[in-house]
Design a protein around this ligand. Structure first.
Ligand code: IMP
Ligand code: MG
Length: 185
């Protein structure tokens, strides 16, 4: 894997698809065990989670429904406190066991808003599954039930994640290369 350029920034190889695939298999195995005998609704948070969801759901072998919500909270490489809801929730979550599929939890602001909405709409049980988690950026209190890989607070792209719209379509995950500061003597 080589360094890639997206817009004005360089990104270096960080997590290989082999590792991502192993991680997703582990989460799917846990879900297959934990939700045996239930028919959960998977709620995929677009855009970033489309690859994670597609890979994970091929490994989920319990009966399930799949639905999509589109939200956006990022501009550039910084999380914002404003979460824009682009495609809303509908009533199908009422009384259901819902498993939220998220690509990454950073500050937790987006997920907190989703959890509040599901609670308001009367979901019976809500679990959170995220492929990636940045513990040092997390500002919230809610439980993350299924965590794929914990990563440092660096901006990443690939496997569904973007930098200003580009970079979602790689199999592997890349990390931003911060320009080295020159030492002054
Ligand atoms: P949060 O609300 O700060 O937890 O951010 C969650 C959303 O921000 C995720 O669903 C991603 O879409 C996006 N995001 C967070 N960290 C990154 C990153 O490192 N690269 C690209 N998108 C990110
Ligand atoms: Mg996302």
């Amino acid at each position: 894997m080589n360094t890639i350029q997206i817009h004005d920034k360089q990104f270096e190889p960080f997590i290989s698809y082999a590792t991502i695939d192993e991680t997703i298999t582990r989460i799917a195995d846990q879900l297959n065990t934990d939700f045996k005998g239930k028919t959960p609704l998977f709620l995929v948070i677009l855009n970033g989670s489309f690859m994670f969801a597609a890979d994970l759901l091929k490994k989920v072998n319990i009966p399930c429904e799949i639905s999509f919500v589109k939200l956006s909270s990022y501009t550039g490489t910084q999380s914002t406190t404003q979460v824009r809801e682009l495609i809303g929730f509908n009533e199908e979550v009422k009384g259901r066991s819902v498993i939220i599929l998220e690509d990454i939890i950073d500050t937790g602001i987006t997920m907190e808003k989703i959890l509040e909405r599901l609670n308001d709409m009367g979901s019976a049980e809500v679990k959170v599954a995220t492929l990636l988690f940045k513990p040092s950026a997390f500002q919230k209190e809610f439980t993350i039930d299924y965590i794929g890989i914990q990563i440092p607070n660096d901006f990443i792209v690939g496997f569904g994640l973007d930098y200003n719209g580009l970079g979602r379509n790689t199999k592997d995950i890349y990390k931003i290369v911060e320009p080295k500061l020159k030492k002054s003597c």
